[in-house]
Design a protein around this ligand. Structure first.
Ligand SMILES: Nc1ncnc2c1ncn2[C@@H]1O[C@H](COP(=O)(O)OP(=O)(O)OP(=O)(O)O)[C@@H](O)[C@H]1O
Ligand SMILES: O=C(O)c1ccc[n+]([C@@H]2O[C@H](COP(=O)([O-])O)[C@@H](O)[C@H]2O)c1
Length: 189
């Protein structure tokens, strides 16, 4: 059976934190691949600056281009409305019957998990793998897996704020993504 990790996210923009946790979980759990799954509409937060799906996907493509174990999963982009993970995983499990899915979440999402749509049903469908994130715990009332990863205080919102303020974002994200942000004038460059 193929073992696949899914890292769902808004990826506005993708950054080093995303790549490191995906790679750590890939190796810790002997996964064959990690699928980066950009959401259509995040279920729990509003996107403060408008950004097109095509820009988010283009940046994600650049971010994962050098890793043969990483790919993009478009299931949520092709579906309108809030991207509830329960709905998405029902579709993916139906499409990929011989696949064991591990859904990767940072500490902020571990804390938020009890509020996820149909969480009890979702827990029966996928294994969650929690990774630590500065300022969040990985304690969960649920029986989830964990992976030790280096802690990185990097977030997409921090990168957007730095761009707005004219500060450097170098090394916080892959360089081709930084160049894309600058060339396309994203986040107020
Ligand atoms: N630095 C990090 N350490 C651990 N997990 C992270 C880190 N950054 C993101 N994640 C996890 O990656 C997934 C997708 O995150 P997302 O794309 O929303 O990025 P974000 O940095 O949290 O964005 P924003 O700052 O805009 O809220 C979530 O499960 C999140 O917890
Ligand atoms: O299904 C839910 O209720 C739910 C609530 C919050 C977050 N999620 C998913 O968790 C992943 C990380 O979310 P975000 O908003 O931090 O990018 C992404 O795939 C979201 O769709 C899912």
């Amino acid at each position: 059976m193929k073992k696949v990790g899914i890292l769902g996210g808004t990826f506005n923009p993708p950054h080093t934190g995303h790549l490191v946790i995906a790679n750590e979980v890939l190796h810790a759990y002997g996964l064959d691949e990690v699928w980066f799954m950009p959401n259509q509409v995040p279920p729990h937060k509003t996107v403060d600056e408008p950004i097109s799906h095509s820009d988010r996907v283009a940046m994600l493509e650049l971010a994962i281009a050098d890793n043969q174990h990483f790919r993009i999963e478009r299931a949520e982009l092709d579906r309108s409305g809030p991207s509830y993970t329960y709905e998405t995983m029902r579709i993916l499990k139906d499409m990929y019957k011989e696949t064991d899915f591990h859904f990767i979440i940072g500490g902020d999402m571990v804390e938020y998990l009890p509020k996820w749509h149909k969480i009890d049903e979702l827990l029966k469908m996928v294994k969650f793998v929690g990774v630590s994130r500065p300022a969040y715990t990985t304690d969960s009332p649920y029986d989830i897996l964990y992976a030790e990863t280096p802690q990185m205080d990097i977030s997409s919102s921090m990168i957007r704020e730095r761009v707005r303020d004219g500060r450097s974002i170098r090394y916080l994200l892959p360089d081709p993504v930084r160049v894309y942000i600058e060339e396309h004038g994203l986040y107020g460059t």
